[in-house]
Design a protein around this ligand. Sequence first.
Ligand code: SDX
Length: 428
Amino acid sequence: MSDIAKLQIGDNSYEFPLVKGTENEVAINIKTLRGATDGVITIDPGFKNTGSCESAITFLDGEKGILRYRGYSIEELAEKADFLEVAYALIFGDLPSKEQLEKFHSDIKENSVVDDDVKKILDAFPKSAHPMGVLSSLTSALTAFNPGSVNVDSEEDMYKSVVKIMGKFPVLVAWTMRKKQGLPLNYGSKSLGYVENILKMMFEQPNEDYVMSPILKDALDKLLILHADHEQNCSTSTVRIVGSSHAGLFASLSAGISALWGPLHGGANQAVLEMLEAIKEDGGDTKKYMAKAKDKNDPFRLMGFGHRVYKNFDPRAKIIKLAADEVLKDLGIVDPILEIARGLEQEALNDPYFVDRKLYPNVDFYSGIIYRAMGIPVEMFTVMFALGRLPGWIAQWKEMRLNKEPIGRPRQIYTGENHRNFKSIEKR
Ligand code: SDX
């Protein structure tokens, strides 16, 4: 393949360099397009064909169902690593040594205290508030309690910001859930691991010694790893573009949480459970919901199905589906919702509408079944997605700033009124 792309507009032809990645992906670098063509730009709603950056963090191949963080396959990481190791690899570029991991965890614990005045903000929310809205607000509020923007060119400064947010975010997640439940807001324990402390802060009951479940710890570790990064998805692109104005890390993460909240994105895991519950209430009539999903006049979509990039099975869904079986069996739970999910999947995988459009189960289709088995309320499902995605967002924000990328400011094609003169109100 030549290393240029040719473009013909009218009688003029133009050449643009090709960019090739380490996995042989190819892009046309059009940064000179508008100047060279006297104003012509490209347009690509939803950026389905447009790359926003070059990145060394996550590689995925949607046709082959491949997902790797820093070159490590998601299958190996889910099987052999723990979440903190994966977070370190995403943020700093490779898996940590034993000493690096111990220091990372110790520094995180030292920075996990949240200013008690944050509880006053939490008190102001009605119990009916959706946890994603609460979490986005509290994350943004962290800026007020940790003033001073991070100097990204200082490794020490950047590291301090990373351990601060990695320490405080799980506390905000646990407090968000427990506030809704009317339970005391507590902290983890110095003797416990990162994921174990998340479970303890979320589920510890007053007047009871919290008994750690290895099954829940392993399940949560795996789920957080599987959600940790996913290249330039909607919320990560949000974190990058907000950060490109040199807004702070916490402010950029708060914006990412809001983007993830949407039911077409991370909010789908909650929508999947609500859909499966509705089918169950409706007598398990999956065919009715399949028909609704295919009806162009019906806004209903089969939640947890389809993906912008995966036109094959989402590799994360495969792992989560197996884990759902294991966790429910280990916990001795028989959940009819799992059977409904399996039935829906089988129907969709054999239905031309879904097959022709390459619509397969995505990361959100089975994850809620595990969260529910763990005793996590359905409204907290997308918060758990954000908890997993945190290191990916941090890594992507850090890369964007270290690469000194310009402020994100897309162009447009104007389709409104041509020039017209002002009319006084009497003449309108
Ligand atoms: C995540 O980008 C990421 O990486 C995201 C994520 C991550 O880790 O960050 O992987 C996490 O967000 C997973 C996706 C969770 N969302 C859902 O499960 C919601 C249901 N899925 C859809 O809304 C949809 O599939 C999207 C939003 C995920 C993808 O939408 P696209 O790529 O814009 O595709 P599209 O809407 O143009 O659909 C193409 C066709 C359309 O039909 P036609 O107009 O061609 O006839 O497929 C149809 C759509 O109507 N379609 C569906 C469908 N998804 C697509 N029809 C019914 N049910 C669905 N779920």
